[in-house]
Ligand binder design. Structure first.
Ligand code: SF4
Length: 452
């Protein structure tokens, strides 16, 4: 019985890839072990979208290689590097990490069991590089998968890859072109999850708002064109169908892109009470100068108008967003406009990234790279502005009755809080984990709420 250990790094999309690997390993009769020392094979599912993530992934691989070198128990252990670091640097890594037994990419996650069997059959063999360029794979509702999330919460990957040209982003080169699943495949998976007791379904992809459109006949909808869903499956049609599934659960929308929002999508959310009153929409910036250099296919006027339409069309909606500060060419005026925008919009939830110069992106070749001290100072100032907004929002929650999902004894999430990225509310320790509860907000502490 081959024992496998898994280190899963990065975003929820990578977590689903890990779950699919575990599903195939179990289907092949292999067992998972949480003890790296006991593992015959260690898989490190890596991330590499920005510098910090790359460093964490490389560190995890080195740690595994060093531990194998130092431990008698692990002397014969095989090490497999999977995920975005492996996909992105498939040419470079073999030379840099000769101790690794195999590199696999995003299209090999369903082949992990025979790959391991092959490695185990040969004592010490040549390093294998099985990464294929331009990944095509997308899971289906019946893909073997072992969920690594709590029983009451699940992610559904409704599409993979991205067609957007954001000049700072390396993800399209790693994950390939946008490819959506069929609506029926997503609905089947959602029904299975709800029947199994899931209370929260998080819809994820690189651009959730582009769902279905890559399959439309004829011309694809242009950014900012206001999508007409009669042309085919879309996020609006999917939401309406998901909302019709019997049961008491939340549908949460993550990773939406402002360019593909439409009045029809706003209406679909407003008409669907099971859709959490929460939208994750990374905006990256607000100044036209920056949005154009970032190739975000949107501008300041469009974004401000869209936010107004969303807040008017979906009462009580919480908006989560992220920004990048220190992008090449960002002037004091650009940055001040961003801080003022954060102050004015009072986003319920938000985060800031310090620009990361990613090789092979257009932005990495741009002039006017911003000094790291200036980037850091702007990051601090933007985070302070966000903290003020979130505290303003939290202050308004005091006395309100909120529906929450209990995550662990005494800790829950409101509709405004996505798993792993937002904040929590402290509740009565006796509330059953994995269930909804109605609580009244007594106070707030920084980013967190406290129920009474
Ligand atoms: S939308 Fe832009 S930032 Fe997001 S994954 Fe696609 S290219 Fe990257």
């Amino acid at each position: 019985m081959i024992k496998v250990g898994l280190v899963s790094l990065g975003c929820a999309k990578n977590l689903i890839d890990s779950e699919i690997m575990v599903g195939h390993l179990q289907q092949a009769g292999m067992t998972m072990t949480p003890e790296a020392d006991l593992a015959d094979v260690l898989i490190i599912n890596t991330c590499s979208f920005i510098d910090m993530a790359k460093k964490e992934s490389v560190g995890a691989v080195h740690e595994a290689v060093d531990a194998r070198g130092e431990s008698k128990k692990r002397k014969r252990q095989k090490i497999i590097v999977a995920g975005c670091l492996s996909q992105r640097f498939s040419q470079e890594l073999p030379g840099l990490m000769p101790e690794v037994d195999a590199f696999i990419g995003l299209d090999q996650i369903t082949q992990v069991a025979p790959i391991i069997q092959g490695l185990m059959d040969k004592d010490k063999g040549e390093q294998e590089n099985l990464v294929t360029r331009q990944p095509q794979y997308i899971p289906d509702y019946d893909t073997p998968r072992f969920r690594l999330t709590p029983k009451h919460m699940a992610y559904i990957k409704i599409a993979e890859g991205c067609n957007h040209p954001c000049s700072f982003c390396i993800i399209p080169r790693i994950r390939g072109r946008h490819r959506s699943r069929t609506q029926e495949s997503v609905l089947k998976e959602a029904r299975q999850l709800i029947e199994s007791g899931v209370k929260e379904i998080n819809l994820i992809s690189q651009d959730t708002t582009y769902f279905g459109m890559d399959k439309w006949e004829g011309e694809r909808p242009k950014p900012r064109s206001g999508v007409d869903s009669s042309k085919g499956e879309s996020l609006s049609t999917l939401i309406r169908e998901l909302n019709a599934i019997p049961g008491d659960f939340w549908i949460r929308l993550l990773y939406t892109h402002p360019a593909h929002w439409s009045d029809d999508l706003i209406a679909a959310i407003a008409e669907s009470p099971k859709v959490a009153r929460y939208i994750d929409m990374p905006l990256q910036h607000i100044s036209d100068h920056m949005l154009s250099l970032m190739k975000r296919e949107t501008d300041g006027a469009y974004i401000r108008d869209l936010l107004k339409r969303i807040r008017a069309g979906i009462p009580g909606i919480a908006i989560r967003t992220t920004f990048i500060v220190g992008f090449p060419g960002e002037t004091e005026a650009d940055f001040n406009e961003l801080v003022q925008f954060i102050e004015d919009e009072k986003f319920e939830r938000a985060g800031v990234f310090n620009y990361s110069r990613e090789e092979d992106t257009r932005a990495a070749k741009m002039d006017d790279q911003i000094h790291h001290m200036t980037r850091k100072a702007r990051w601090n100032e933007a985070m302070r502005a966000i903290q003020r907004s979130v505290e303003h929002v939290n202050r308004q929650q005091v006395g309100k009755k909120l529906r929450v999902l209990v995550e662990e004894p005494g800790v829950a999430r409101t509709e405004m809080d996505a798993p792993d990225i937002d904040t929590t509310i402290f509740v009565d320790k006796n509330l059953p984990v994995g269930s909804f509860a109605d609580v009244t907000v007594k106070e707030w502490r920084g980013y967190d709420l406290v129920a009474g």
